[in-house]
Design a protein around this ligand. Structure first.
Ligand SMILES: [Zn+2]
Ligand SMILES: [Zn+2]
Length: 449
């Protein structure tokens, strides 16, 4: 680590500029209102969204600094021609930072297809709960994990009964989503589920058709039981809910997806952990451009058929409810696809008896090193291929000391572009290569097993 002043041409750097995060409407919206949001929270939002979480502020600050060279970078050099560039660190926060979230999405779907899903048919399952129960999950995020288990219990019980063999078990990856189309708090589950059960390490049986009503009833039973056990609701509430003609519990099961439809499965994987909003469908109107002097966000629905206008502060307040806590898992693996089952099969050298959707020829370590390829998918450039000679590039050092950062940025004329300033015409940004999986959706142990 460190930086040698003795080098012959120490400042011959390029800076990659695939995009300018600070020019986005979303960035400006966050930058203009995050302080006000924290100040106004107790008066305006606490009753609706619960206590202010200090972690939210950490995420906001990290996002505002994401890709900013002032906070450190890696030096990347071409092994062939010596060409060098700087790669800024990124924030790696889920949901709130659109580009870092997008990396997680790409990482997850690639991981799922090469390491988890077997070469058998799958389906998407969606589980949703009544409006009146949502609030419990907002105030107590630990319940989201329990909701995921309720979904697993229902689908595994169903598939096991449909494939009645000893030891038969389905495989599933279940993602918790907390958001509806307009960033409202709407906790529900999206799952990618094997369409049948694995009998043992070598064989799989498909499930027959589904009885949706039975599944909805089973899901309702599991969720109400769980909330009662957690002390959130009592028998009177349950009885009242069950007396309604339609209780508001839903189970949706999508069409069968065959394993040769890799694009379909990949899209589904992307979809189930998608970000809670899309920058493309959001318009920000700052206070000075707004007719009533109050900043607004105009958001268009997914199908582009409806639009909603929010006060920008209200929109942000709603948005931060979707930031998972640090280390809060939002994706889980169950049954044949659980970390434990995969680990046991790997140990017994039996994990390839049924091949993966995309045959995985990489070791865990290589997968980790393959990170650059993921970045390429997101940014359409490969940070480890030299733009001048196409030679291989490599990180030669991480620059983290503020004095050295200053020396280099001053030389490049970038030091005075302060953080949180209005967007600069000459943007500075690169994604990161430093792999911090503390916030990842991919189980850590696989990397090292
Ligand atoms: Zn080169
Ligand atoms: Zn980021």
């Amino acid at each position: 680590m460190g930086y040698s002043m003795a080098q012959s041409s120490p400042y011959d750097f390029d800076i990659y500029q695939p995009r300018n995060p600070k020019a986005s409407a979303y960035y400006k919206c966050v930058e203009n209102h995050f302080e006000e949001l924290e100040q106004a929270w107790d008066d305006m939002y606490k009753s609706r969204y619960g206590y202010w979480r200090t972690y939210v502020m950490t995420v906001i600050f990290k996002y505002l600094d994401c890709g900013d060279l002032h906070f450190g970078f890696a030096r990347v050099r071409c092994e062939e021609c010596g060409h060098e560039y700087l790669l800024a660190f990124s924030c790696k926060r889920r949901q709130f930072c659109p580009s870092c979230h997008q990396k997680r999405v790409v990482e997850y779907s690639e991981w799922l297809l090469t390491n988890v899903l077997k070469d058998v048919p799958h389906r998407q399952w969606v589980f949703s709960i009544p409006k009146r129960l949502r609030i419990y999950f907002l105030y107590d995020r630990k319940l989201l994990a329990k909701l995921s288990i309720c979904g697993w219990k229902v689908l595994s019980a169903y598939l096991k009964s449909a494939v009645p063999y000893d030891g038969a078990v389905p495989g599933a990856s279940i993602a918790v989503q907390t958001y509806g189309d307009f960033q409202n708090f709407n906790p529900h589950l999206h799952a990618i589920v094997s369409d049948g059960c694995f009998i043992d390490d070598d064989s799989f049986r498909m499930a027959p058709a589904f009885m949706l009503e039975d599944l909805e009833e089973a899901f309702q039973y599991e969720v109400l039981k769980m909330l009662k056990k957690e002390g959130k609701i009592n028998d009177a509430v349950i009885e009242n809910m069950l007396s309604w003609h339609h209780t508001g519990f839903h189970v949706y099961i999508g069409d069968r997806i065959y394993p040769d439809d890799k694009a379909g499965l990949g899209n589904l994987a992307n979809y189930i952990i998608r970000a809670c909003f899309s920058q493309e469908r959001m318009i920000y109107i700052p206070a000075e451009e707004s007719t009533d002097g109050i900043a607004k966000v105009v958001y268009t629905s997914k199908d582009r058929k409806s639009r909603k206008v929010f006060n920008a502060l209200d929109w942000l307040a709603q948005l931060v409810t979707h930031i998972p806590n640090r280390y809060e898992q939002t994706v889980r693996y169950y049954g044949f696809y659980s970390n434990k089952s995969r680990g046991l099969r790997k140990k017994a050298n039996a994990d390839d008896n049924i091949p993966a959707i995309i045959p995985n020829e990489l070791s865990s370590k290589e997968f980790r090193q393959n990170w650059a390829r993921l970045i390429q998918k997101v940014y359409e450039f490969d940070p480890l291929i030299c733009p001048k000679c196409q030679g291989p590039m490599r990180i030669i050092s991480f620059i983290e000391e503020i004095e050295i950062i200053e020396i280099i940025l001053r030389h490049l004329g970038l030091w005075d572009i302060h953080n949180h300033d209005p967007p600069q015409p000459d943007p500075v940004y690169i994604s990161e290569l430093i792999y911090d999986d503390s916030d990842s959706q991919v189980p850590a142990f696989d990397y090292w097993s």
